[in-house]
Design a protein around this ligand. Structure first.
Ligand SMILES: NC(=O)c1ccc[n+]([C@@H]2O[C@H](COP(=O)([O-])OP(=O)(O)OC[C@H]3O[C@@H](n4cnc5c(N)ncnc54)[C@H](O)[C@@H]3O)[C@@H](O)[C@H]2O)c1
Length: 370
């Protein structure tokens, strides 16, 4: 099978998610990483490219130059991963889409509504595709849960409880120079959002992906507990879904004892299910009147779609991320991949962030999705 020539913006030495994208792209062997603008610091960009075996003439100090130069090469990149802080998604996304290069962008889509609209406009006219790495949608049991709901196994959905709880911002680590905390707590780099953008968008996406339901309105209560912190670090949000279902979303980065506690519970008129990403190979399913069942990834009654090893051998975060990369490769090759998150998921996330902030400004009022 032909490999896809991949580039990366961000993800140099000391960065977090760029390395995850590279592992995800390698897992099924469908990409070659051949170019990068890997850091905002040109020396670090060059050294990081050398670490990864990227040729010196394809290591760029600037993403705009990279888009131009790669588009002009006969063997230029076909896709680019954008793994920069949120305020640096829109610039590269637009530059590469304009150059006809597929974009694999991390979440949230960008920092502001204006940027989101600009990306959507370019994506609509570009020959290239736009993908957003809401990676939790790659877990086999999350996809199974979605199928159960779509098949009507739970009946009409009534209640959705979703949470993403962490504790790594319990202390003001941004004041101690922690790189990832620094930009995440700077409103100029996030568009004003804290936990709601960083992890709340993942929780929202998981809830809408599994239920297949859009959110019709929300009402938010946001706090910032970190002393002097200018963005929210704890959010309680009420959700109304388009079919009348009701939901609650909790996103917190100050909840001691939680690492990456993403958990979803969905209840319909015939049954309920529960899944947590820290135990991703199991899911609880209860059909009213019957005993609770524990479904396992690849196990009886579930099937082995999107798995790589037999049940009982744990798969996790990296494999789920890799499933997105595998399907993005399929999509680039022209296959229909309806489960992949794209621009619509990104726009929904930006609506969610801005609606939550607008709700709080006016006393936690309900904000409809227009
Ligand atoms: N999907 C997930 O599970 C997940 C997890 C973590 C982070 N993220 C998202 O990934 C993005 C990056 O987060 P992170 O934690 O890896 O941040 P990070 O601070 O660790 O890394 C950001 C990288 O971007 C580089 N950079 C900044 N400006 C640049 C520019 N102009 N040109 C090239 N490179 C530039 C930095 O030098 C650094 O290498 C964010 O949007 C974040 O929300 C997603």
């Amino acid at each position: 099978m032909r490999k896809i020539r991949l580039g990366m913006v961000g993800g140099g030495r000391g960065a977090f998610i760029g390395g995850v994208h590279r592992i995800a792209a390698r897992l099924d062997g469908r990409y070659d990483l051949v170019a990068g603008a890997l850091s905002s610091d040109p020396v670090r960009a060059r050294e990081s490219a050398a670490d990864l075996g990227i040729a010196a003439d394809r290591s760029y100090a600037d993403f705009a130059e990279m888009a131009r130069a790669e588009a002009a090469r006969g063997d230029g990149i076909e896709a680019v991963a954008i793994v920069t802080p949120n305020h640096l998604h829109a610039g590269p996304a637009i530059a590469f889409l304009d150059a006809g290069i597929h974009v694999i962008c991390d979440k949230p889509l960008c920092a502001t509504r204006a940027e989101a609209d600009a990306i959507a406009a370019v994506a609509a006219r570009s020959t290239a595709r736009f993908f957003l790495t809401h990676n939790y949608t790659g877990y086999p049991l999350v996809r199974h849960a979605r199928q159960l709901v779509a098949d009507g196994a739970l009946g009409a959905i009534r209640v959705v409880q979703v949470e993403y709880a962490q504790d790594w911002l319990s202390r003001s680590v941004e004041a101690e120079g922690q790189k990832q905390a620094g930009w995440r707590t700077d409103p100029a780099k996030t568009g004003g959002a804290g936990a709601i953008g960083d992890i709340g968008t993942h929780a929202l996406n998981l809830a809408t992906f599994v239920t297949g339901l859009g959110v019709e309105a929300l009402a938010a209560d946001l706090q910032s507990f970190g002393p002097g912190r200018r963005v929210d670090d704890n959010a309680n949000i009420l959700l109304r879904f388009e079919n009348g279902a009701r939901g609650m979303l909790w996103a917190s980065q100050v909840a001691a004892g939680n690492e990456n506690g993403l958990r979803l519970r969905v209840y319909g008129e015939k049954g309920g299910l529960e899944w947590a990403q820290e135990d991703p190979n199991r899911m609880a399913l209860t059909l009213l009147g019957a005993p609770k069942q524990i479904l396992t990834r690849g196990g009886a009654g579930v099937g082995d779609a999107w798995t790589r090893i037999p049940p009982g051998h744990p798969e996790g975060y990296l494999e789920a991320f890799a499933t997105l990369y595998d399907e993005i490769a399929d999509a680039i090759m022209g296959k229909d991949c309806p489960l992949l998150p794209g621009i619509e998921a990104g726009l929904e996330g930006i609506w969610f962030i801005e609606a939550a902030m607008a709700s709080v400004r006016d006393g936690s009022i309900w904000i409809p999705r227009k």
